[in-house]
Ligand binder design. Structure first.
Ligand SMILES: [Zn+2]
Length: 133
C-alpha cells in the first residue's frame, strides 16, 4: 500500500498482520514509513502511548504506532489478534463533515490490484464501505 498523496510505498504485503475497519495493522517495524519517535502522544480514548506514522517522502500522516496495548479498547476481538507494539496504517478515513477519503491506496500491477480488490469483501462501517479480508 502506498501514500494517497504522493504514491510512495508505505507498507509491504509481508508487513501486514491484519486488515480491519479501514486500517491495516502491522506488528513489525515498517521499513518504508517514518515513525516520529521523538513526539510520543497520549491517546485519551484508548489510554495508551502512540506516535504518528508519516509517509517518508511527503510526510502525510498515514497512521499511528502504538507503543503498548491500549488500556481501553472496545474491539476485544481485534485486541486478541495483535501483539504490541504495533502500527496502524490508515486506509479510509471519514472527516468530521462526513466525507470519505483515502490515506493510503493499493499499489502494484493492475492485475494484482484487481485481484486484491476481488478477494476483499465489503462491509458496512460508519455509513461507508471499507474492505476486510
Ligand atoms: Zn507521501
Amino acid at each position: 500500500m502506498g501514500c494517497s498523496k504522493c504514491g510512495a510505498l508505505v507498507i509491504r504485503d509481508e508487513e501486514i498482520a491484519m486488515i480491519r475497519h479501514g486500517s491495516v495493522w502491522s506488528t513489525r517495524e515498517l521499513e518504508f514509513a517514518s515513525v516520529n519517535w521523538n513526539d510520543e502522544k497520549w491517546d485519551e480514548n484508548k489510554k495508551c502511548r502512540y506516535s504518528d506514522i508519516r509517509c517518508e517522502v511527503c510526510h502525510q500522516l498515514v497512521g499511528m504506532y502504538y507503543h503498548e496495548r491500549p488500556q481501553l479498547d472496545n474491539d476485544k476481538s481485534k485486541e486478541s489478534k495483535l501483539s504490541y507494539p504495533c502500527g496502524k496504517i490508515l486506509y479510509l478515513r471519514q472527516s468530521s463533515g462526513g466525507a470519505i477519503f483515502n490515506k493510503t491506496v493499493l499499489l502494484g500491477e493492475k492485475s494484482m490490484v484487481d485481484s486484491a480488490i476481488d478477494n476483499l469483501a465489503s462491509s458496512k462501517f460508519n455509513n461507508s464501505f471499507v474492505f476486510s479480508p
